[in-house]
Design a protein around this ligand. Structure first.
Ligand code: HEC
Ligand code: HEC
Ligand code: HEC
Length: 294
């Protein structure tokens, strides 16, 4: 094959692949993963959330530098040597914590705007307070650009509570217990609709047991901030559901069961299941063969 033909063929191939990816862009979510070296700054590898605390420091230091540089550059105020001292202190801390990002995660060193940081320090030293403010704006852009790519995935991967090794008891995995709970809820609904009171009541008794068993597992994470599950409201709802299954109308039964499902299941899913599911999706990464097959 001659060279021009070969090159044209290559270009065509790239265009076709590019086209296929572009056509499917609404069906795929592309998310960048943070470098693995970040893990050492989070639990369980680290006792504290060191990375996050460095970030909190940065936000406070940016605010302080903004405050004092605004004060000093405002024409209404005469030069205040106290403010200048304060500014110096916060600029030093800001630069220390900003550069620490590159030491903690070497892969992210090149994301830092070292020029803006140098300009910030120099302007502060030379009392050019308007320039301090401009350098701060540039620095903020570097914060935002990293956050756009990595903030939410990092928080989810390293801070969402992990239920993967949780179990109700050594013989009952967490997921299996969840499936049983949902079957009991639906069994109550089916039996109530079809006029089988005994089955509805016995399923409610099973559900109560299942809910109580689940409640014993909260303390494996909630050690000091104790969660009472089921609490008073859930217990009261179970009692009125039982009453209603015995003597109430079909409508009452449906309403009580719906309330119970919201209080005892959906509330917790709203915090724990969503976060855990998302974390798992990110942590496991895409399964390419499944993606293509589905
Ligand atoms: C190279 C990447 C990177 C840079 C640069 C960066 N951050 Fe972050 N920042 C992160 C990541 C990742 C998180 C998520 C951490 C988490 O939630 O556990 C984060 C989270 C934060 C948070 C917590 C946000 C919240 O609302 O919970 C603050 C505050 C923050 N960063 C401030 C800053 C400031 C101020 C700068 C610039 C001076 C900055 N960051 C620069 C990566 C970066
Ligand atoms: C794997 C650990 C883990 C287990 C098990 C766990 N939690 Fe949590 N839960 C947490 C963490 C950590 C938070 C703090 C918020 C966050 O980071 O999501 C939290 C937050 C919550 C919140 C929302 C925030 C608040 O303070 O109101 C509720 C409600 C809650 N948990 C209820 C429960 C109940 C009820 C159980 C048991 C059925 C339970 N959790 C089991 C780790 C866990
Ligand atoms: C800790 C708070 C919590 C409470 C309370 C809770 N769940 Fe769950 N549920 C979870 C978590 C976490 C998962 C994800 C488990 C997994 O994928 O391994 C889950 C998963 C499920 C699933 C999906 C199981 C599967 O096959 O993937 C069902 C169904 C379910 N829960 C039903 C219920 C019902 C019904 C109730 C109320 C009676 C309930 N859950 C109460 C946390 C909770």
């Amino acid at each position: 094959m001659r060279w021009p033909h070969f090159i044209i063929l290559q270009c065509l191939l790239i265009a076709i692949i590019g086209g296929i990816v572009y056509i499917h862009k609404d069906q795929v979510a592309v998310i960048k993963s943070p470098p693995a070296s970040l893990a050492q700054w989070y639990k369980p590898e680290n006792e504290r959330q060191v990375w996050l605390h460095n970030m909190f420091n940065l936000r406070r230091e940016m605010q302080a530098v903004r405050l004092y540089s605004d004060n000093l550059s405002s024409k209404n105020l005469s030069f205040n040597s106290k403010d200048a001292k304060h500014l110096e202190k916060w600029v030093t801390r800001l630069s220390e914590h900003y550069l620490k990002i590159g030491k903690m995660v070497p892969e992210w060193k090149r994301k830092l705007d070292k020029k803006a940081m140098a300009r910030l320090q120099e302007s502060a030293r030379n009392h050019r307070y308007k320039d301090v403010s401009h350098a701060l704006d540039d620095l903020n852009e570097s914060c935002e650009s990293c956050h756009t790519d990595y903030r939410s995935i990092t928080a989810t991967l390293y801070r969402a509570p992990d239920f993967s090794s949780m179990e109700i008891s050594p013989s009952i995995p967490y997921k299996k217990h969840m499936k049983e709970l949902t079957q009991q809820v639906n069994q109550i609904k089916i039996a109530s609709e079809d006029g089988m009171q005994d089955i509805a009541l016995s399923s409610l008794a099973d559900l109560k047991k299942g809910i109580n068993a689940l409640g014993k597992t909260c303390s494996s994470c909630h050690k000091k901030d104790i969660r009472v599950y089921p609490g008073d409201t859930i217990n009261k709802t179970m009692t009125s559901l039982e009453q209603s299954l015995k003597t109430g109308t079909l409508k009452d039964q449906g309403r009580e069961l719906g309330t119970l499902a919201v209080l005892a299941c959906a509330r917790c899913h709203g915090t724990h299941r969503i976060a855990y599911d998302t974390r798992k999706t990110f942590a496991d990464g895409p399964n390419w063969s499944e993606l293509i097959r589905h």
